[in-house]
Design a protein around this ligand. Structure first.
Ligand code: GLU
Length: 440
């Protein structure tokens, strides 16, 4: 069996957003599931827009998500290799020079459109005589280069879209090198995928037509064509592909306390026939991966749903998975996690239990009785109920009228974890002071 290898190929021209994070997650999960490797490829051929700080931010987010990579490459370091392949493809007639200006191409495009024809480049560059070419060059025109598609049907079995079929004659020869000599994404990507032995490419469905052309590039290089999976693009709440969504930064979500595994769990199941449930590690999430369960329609991504899901995630988060990030012990975590929205909310409860606060005395008669009847330590799980039974008999209060003033005196909060579990965390000394209204 071939060695499975996938890659995540971000362009360092911006921060990680929810869209490319989803692509990274799917690639990583598939590699894991198939026992393969995950490679990071930095697509920095766009020199003007690529920035080291974006690259650093991408690595930071991938690490935070736990999407570790075993190999990496950088396109800007591979220009010689691309030039070498292009020289070969030129010699074979698969790459050809074109001299049209952007304006001329636009005129050609409009002409075709008015005739009701698809705007496919007519390959007039192939008919240029040597004289015309040298005349252009004297004028100072610099060529751009296209990859020549060969006629025929281009087919692949997409892991998400099923069987895909394109007629090459309906596609324009893609431009692969700009006038200034810089590479567009298409060919370098194929050279890399081929050189690094990439077996599976998972990316957004906005790349489907690129795939058709790229399949011919793989064939021109004489290397096996990888397996493709094109993910339906996410849409915003409002239905259309939203600009805001594209820019919804994962850094911001992280800063707001959204958990890495909540993001991965959410994105891996969004748009599938499965319900979105919390997974607490990538391994189990990857074991559950089934690309066939992805629907073809574009799933809606709603940030507020992610936040609600994150709360569910946090409230069920096992202590083992959070212990390195919190001060408290397992008992404390289990007592309060059901009341947290984000993990750092635990600090509020740590303060409530361990620091001084200003108790709120709503019913002084009641809290005085409660203070008098507060049992001596040691306390156990039954202490609170036994105590409340005594307070109830002596005060005549029950239900909300009993518990609410006690809660406010003990915690200065309207709501919170069960008092039964909180009481031992607060301890007798503090509880007594608070019931008497004397703390802080
Ligand atoms: N750098 C390309 C992008 O971000 C990679 C596309 C691909 O996965 O081939 O769109």
């Amino acid at each position: 069996m071939t060695n499975i290898k996938v890659r995540f190929a971000p362009s360092p021209t911006g921060f990680m957003h929810i869209g490319n994070t989803r692509t990274a997650v799917f690639n990583w999960l598939l590699a894991k599931k198939l026992g393969g490797n995950f490679m990071l490829r930095i697509d920095d051929t766009d020199v003007a827009r690529s920035k080291p700080e974006y690259e650093e931010a991408i690595r930071d987010i991938l690490n935070w998500l736990g999407l570790k990579w075993s190999e990496e490459a950088r396109q800007s370091a591979r220009m010689e290799r691309y030039n070498e392949v292009v020289a070969k493809l030129k010699a074979e007639g698969r790459v050809y020079a074109c001299y049209e200006t952007a304006e001329e191409l636009e005129v050609m495009r409009k002409k075709l459109m008015t005739k009701g024809l698809p705007p496919i480049y007519d390959r007039s560059a192939l008919k240029l005589t040597p004289e015309q070419i040298s005349a252009y060059e004297k004028e100072g025109r610099k060529p751009h280069y296209r990859f020549k598609l060969v006629p025929g049907v281009i087919e692949w079995d997409d892991m998400v879209r099923g069987h895909c079929r394109y007629d090459a004659s309906n596609l324009a020869d893609p431009v692969i090198i700009r006038e200034d000599g810089s590479y567009l994404y298409h060919l370098p990507s194929v050279i890399d995928d081929s050189d690094f032995g990439i077996t599976h490419i998972i990316r957004g469905e906005d790349h489907v037509t690129n795939t058709a052309a790229q399949i011919q590039m793989f064939e021109a290089l004489g290397t096996p064509v990888p397996t493709f999976a094109h993910l339906p693009l996410l849409t915003g709440k409002e239905g259309k592909l939203s600009k805001r969504l594209g820019s919804l930064g994962v850094r911001e979500l992280r800063a707001e306390g959204i958990e890495a595994m909540a993001i991965s769990s959410f994105l891996a199941k969004l748009g599938t026939s499965e319900s979105i449930e919390p997974f607490y590690d990538l391994d189990s999430l990857s074991a559950s991966l089934d690309l066939h369960k992805l629907g073809r329609s574009q799933p809606k991504f709603d940030e507020s749903e992610l936040k609600i899901f994150n709360t569910k995630y946090v409230r069920n988060l096992p202590y083992e998975k959070v212990k390195d990030r919190i001060k408290s012990d397992e008992k404390f975590w289990n007592a309060v996690r059901g009341n947290l929205n984000i993990v750092s909310d635990i600090e509020e409860w740590e303060k409530i239990c361990h620091q001084n606060l200003v108790p709120i005395i709503e019913d002084k008669t009641l809290t005085d009785i409660a203070a008098d009847l507060l049992p001596e330590e040691p306390w156990n799980d039954e202490t609170f109920n036994l105590w409340m039974n005594d307070v109830k008999s002596k005060s005549g209060k029950k239900g909300k009228e009993l518990f609410h003033p006690i809660r406010k005196a003990l915690t200065a909060q309207e709501n919170g974890p069960e008092l039964k579990t909180l009481l031992p965390l607060i301890g007798r000394e503090k509880a007594l002071k608070r019931l008497k209204g004397t703390e802080a």
